[in-house]
Design a protein around this ligand. Structure first.
Ligand SMILES: [Zn+2]
Length: 124
């Protein structure tokens, strides 16, 4: 006997279908495929939420728009140094990694805006 992965119903060892909840090998295969096709993938969605939480905690919201590339890169390196030190406190590593990612996001966002403005200027 084995247990259904979904409802824990006991099924025979050879069964590929659960009589109670409808779980099947094919359903399982499709779920794995759906998860694979999700964009962005679950790890990225989870990390993006961590980044947003850190933005709110640190009150950086939108303030990066006026900051220079050099300033933001310097802050990214500072956060990367904190991440390196967080090795002893795994709980802090997640927040520190999100802080590093946030400064990378800010640099990318400012670059995106600058490129869009340049494109608009070139069209004139
Ligand atoms: Zn089941």
């Amino acid at each position: 006997m084995k247990a259904c992965p979904d409802c824990r119903n006991l099924m025979s060892e050879s069964a590929s279908f659960c009589m109670r909840c409808g779980w099947s090998d094919e359903l399982q295969r499709l779920r794995v495929e759906v998860e694979r096709l999700k964009f962005p993938r679950s790890e990225v969605r989870w990390f993006a939420e961590r980044m947003e939480t850190r933005l709110r905690v640190n009150d950086y919201t939108r303030q990066w728009k006026e900051k220079s590339f050099d300033y933001l890169l310097e802050r990214l390196f500072e956060e990367a140094f904190e991440l390196e030190k967080s090795g002893e406190e795994p709980g802090e590593a997640i927040d520190d990694a999100a802080d590093v990612a946030n400064f990378a996001m800010m640099i990318a966002d400012n670059t995106r805006v600058a490129l869009a403005e340049k494109e608009t200027a070139d069209e004139r």
